[in-house]
Write a protein that binds this ligand. Structure first.
Ligand code: B12
Length: 238
């Protein structure tokens, strides 16, 4: 498989424009975690490209050029650069709605139970060391292993279809703006978070839904049914 590995930290531009230069200052240090992952993947015969964001002014341009020749993306996510990583993930999903996106590193390690809820565009999140796990995740992507058998992996991501088109602007107002994230100029999907069961759902105009962060398949069914009922009672399904 062909992998694109991304180290998403703070860029020098954000440092230069920051008034608090002592906080989270960018450091040009080799992304050791991804170098370990890359070595493991290459040892198994896979191909790896690595983009180290602190070194790049506009990494998204480079990512756009690379993505069409790639089978999967692996991203290191730090809590201090969560938003930078999420913006890049949004952009990748805009370019390619199906490519597997795997996240790992300090943020998914410290917050394993919330990552898929915070970033519903992600397919697999790994808690802890990745150099051995990435080989197993790759086998799962190739269909020769179950993802649920890989220790540290969170991947309860399900897709469904509402069977009708959605007007996302009306949906955002109808479902209550406090539970919604919808910025169409940045990302075409609407994120709807529900508390019980605790999941994040990504809604698209086509009626396609991605449900992330659920602990089991019953929670996925409950969440999709709840959404369907809410949208129907609000008359939002066309
Ligand atoms: C060395 C180090 C530094 C060095 C070098 C940083 C660098 N850019 O390489 C210096 C001193 C410069 C530094 C600075 C900072 N650091 Co520092 N640093 C560390 C430290 C001690 C080790 C990191 C490391 O090299 N580990 C070795 C590599 C091989 O492991 P790894 O990166 O964790 O990768 C493995 C897994 O995480 C996983 N993995 C990683 N990426 C991916 C991706 C995928 C797809 C998968 C599947 C798996 C995976 O697999 C890898 C291999 O097993 C960690 C603490 C720790 N013990 O981990 C803190 C740590 C990373 N730093 C941290 C912080 C907060 C900072 C600063 C913001 C501090 C500050 N206020 O300035 C700055 C940020 C600098 C910057 N912008 O880059 C936090 C991050 C917390 C968080 N939740 O995001 C940590 C975790 C410390 C802590 N406990 O709070 N740091």
């Amino acid at each position: 498989m062909k992998f694109l590995l991304l180290n998403i930290s703070k860029s020098f531009d954000s440092y230069i424009h920051s008034s608090r230069k002592t906080q989270s200052n960018p450091v040009l240090a080799p992304p050791l975690g991804l170098l370990y992952l890359g070595r493991s993947l290459e040892d198994e015969g896979h191909t790896v490209k690595l983009i180290d964001q602190p070194l790049e002014r506009y990494p998204i341009e480079k990512i756009k050029k690379t993505i069409s020749s790639i089978d999967a993306v692996g991203i290191t996510v730090y809590t201090y650069a969560f938003h930078e990583a999420h913006n890049i993930i949004h952009s990748i999903r805009e370019i390619d709605s199906d490519i597997p996106i795997i996240v790992g590193g300090p943020h998914p390690t410290f917050h394993p139970n919330t990552v898929l809820n915070e970033m519903p565009e992600v397919n697999v999140s790994l808690e802890g060391d990745g150099d051995e796990a990435i080989k197993e995740i790759t086998k799962a992507l190739q269909g020769t292993k179950k993802l649920s058998d890989v220790p540290g992996v969170q991947n309860m991501v399900a897709t469904a279809n509402l069977g009708g088109e959605l007007n996302l602007t009306e949906t955002a107002t109808g479902l209550g703006l406090e539970n919604i994230e919808y910025e169409p100029e940045q990302f075409p999907g609407l994120v709807y978070r529900i508390k019980e069961p605790k999941v994040a759902m990504l809604l698209f105009t086509s009626g396609k839904i991605v449900c992330a962060g659920a602990r089991n398949t019953e929670d996925v069914s409950k969440a999709v049914e709840k959404l369907f009922e809410e949208l129907s009672s609000l008359g939002l399904l066309h």
